[in-house]
Design a protein around this ligand. Structure first.
Ligand SMILES: Nc1nc2c(ncn2[C@@H]2O[C@H](COP(=O)(O)OP(=O)(O)OP(=O)(O)O)[C@@H](O)[C@H]2O)c(=O)[nH]1
Length: 423
């Protein structure tokens, strides 16, 4: 999968639109779905258990606790639906149990957005699970106590369905849709990995609620949600392995893979922020991080079909395929000068993050906004062997040559691009 398509998959609009588009054919032609799936009846009823169990199992080693919590909630809900309320001719008590479940599921799913600690086996994860257990026991005790007569009044008072729309109570549908919409906004504005898993499950449980009368609908919706959860775990793990979390550039692992397969004519440029240690010491590590993010943003705009990687620390790599180093120099000089010209506003003491203790230049009395400029040095080398004039150098040699060129750029005074042809 190319980095471009991966960036799209991680984007907030995609994370909202894709599940919506997937759910659309289901909503429009639910009957066709059923006809198609009838032969697979028993598989469909067990599929959510299989998929959700895999998700729960993978969530801990893959450090995706929130997804694990979501999957756990979904598996319990699916069991309850299948076991107690997914049957025809419900009694009033069963209808009441159904209402408790379809109220509790979206509310509990939604709460995960705001859990401060998202690991499954953490204090918050365990407290959350205890809360779910408490709700299950409370509901069970309640259901043991009440009789059909106790709850029959609820249908006409609060839990009236609108038959033309759905057999489920309108109030519960509204709550579920409302929480799903807010969840979509949270994905759009925050887009943390766990946010979209919550959104997906809210969306599909809402669809199951709306079409609850349709046979197998909960199995279909829970299957789709579980499949997307699993895909979510896989893409998040891919992201952790290949994307640098600070700059959101491709990371060193992605570069190594690229280097393993690269051949022919190409140019590697190694970029290093000048006097970055001094910058960190003067303005703090957090401000240093902001600078790295900024440099990454500007690097992403490099022309010439460049691929940009964070190599480590304040070093970056720019790869130009199909070009020799002379052809890349204009793009690299433009990049260097763009970074040098960028006026970086250093925020004053009160706006700066509290943790930024290591900064020496924080004004004790609030200080003023200060504008600084940073520069970068760039070493360039290509895969052309100077002796044979053929592009036969291996990636390791070109990387070493770019490193050597960078060293020369630094010792030559910094804020410059130095081209080195391997000899
Ligand atoms: N803020 C921040 N600093 C980092 C990060 N990674 C590495 N650094 C810092 O980058 C600095 C690199 O310093 P040096 O390698 O000594 O080089 P320099 O100060 O940039 O000097 P020259 O390269 O010679 O111009 C060190 O202080 C590291 O702590 C990071 O992710 N964030």
């Amino acid at each position: 999968m190319s980095f471009f398509s991966f960036t799209i998959i991680r984007s907030a609009p995609f994370r909202v639109l894709f599940p919506l588009l997937l759910s659309l054919p289901l909503c429009i032609s639910v009957d066709q779905f059923l006809i198609f799936l009838t032969p697979y009846h028993s598989l469909i009823s067990t599929f959510p258990y299989i998929m959700l169990s895999i998700v729960i199992f993978l969530s801990q080693p893959f450090n995706q606790g929130a997804t694990g919590l979501v999957a756990l909630l979904m598996v319990v809900s699916f069991y309850l639906v299948q076991r107690y309320v997914g049957i025809a001719d419900l009694t009033d008590i069963q209808k009441f149990a159904f209402c408790l479940l379809v109220f509790a599921l979206p509310v509990n799913l939604f709460m995960i957005h705001f859990l401060p600690e998202k690991r499954l086996l953490s204090r918050f994860g365990i407290n959350y699970l205890l809360l779910i257990l408490f709700q299950v026991i409370w509901c069970w005790l309640l259901l043991e106590q009440i009789t059909n007569e106790n709850v029959s009044w609820l249908w006409s008072a609060y839990l009236k369905p609108i038959p033309a729309l759905s057999s489920s109570p309108l109030l519960l549908i509204i709550i579920s849709i409302f929480l799903t919409l807010i969840s979509a906004f949270i994905v759009l504005f925050r887009n943390a990995n766990f946010d979209h898993t919550i959104f997906i499950n809210l969306l599909f449980s809402t669809i199951a609620l709306i079409f609850f009368d349709t046979p197998q609908i909960s199995a279909i919706c829970f299957s789709l949600a579980a499949t997307l959860l699993l895909l979510g775990i896989i893409t998040s793990s891919h992201e952790l392995a290949f994307v640098d979390q600070l700059t959101e550039l491709q990371g060193r692992r992605a570069l190594e893979i690229e280097m393993e397969h690269i051949n022919g004519l190409y140019t590697i440029a190694m970029l290093d922020v000048d006097h970055f240690k001094l910058f960190n010491d003067s303005y703090g590590h957090r401000t240093g991080d902001e600078v790295l993010r900024l440099v990454a943003q500007i690097m992403k705009q490099t022309e010439g079909n460049a691929s940009v990687f964070r190599y480590g620390g304040e070093e970056f790599i720019i790869l130009f395929k199909g070009k020799n180093s002379n052809q890349c120099l204009p793009y690299l000089n433009e990049l260097r000068s763009k970074i040098a010209k960028y006026d970086l506003v250093i925020r004053d003491h009160y706006e700066r993050p509290i943790l930024d203790k290591d900064a020496k230049n924080c004004g004790q009395n609030g200080g003023e906004h200060k504008t600084v400029n940073i520069t970068v040095s760039i070493g360039v080398a290509d895969s052309i062997n100077n002796r044979t004039k053929l592009h036969t150098l291996g990636a390791d040699e070109v990387l070493k040559a770019a490193d050597k060129a960078l060293y020369r750029a630094k010792s030559g005074g910094r804020n410059r691009v130095t081209n080195l042809r391997f000899a």
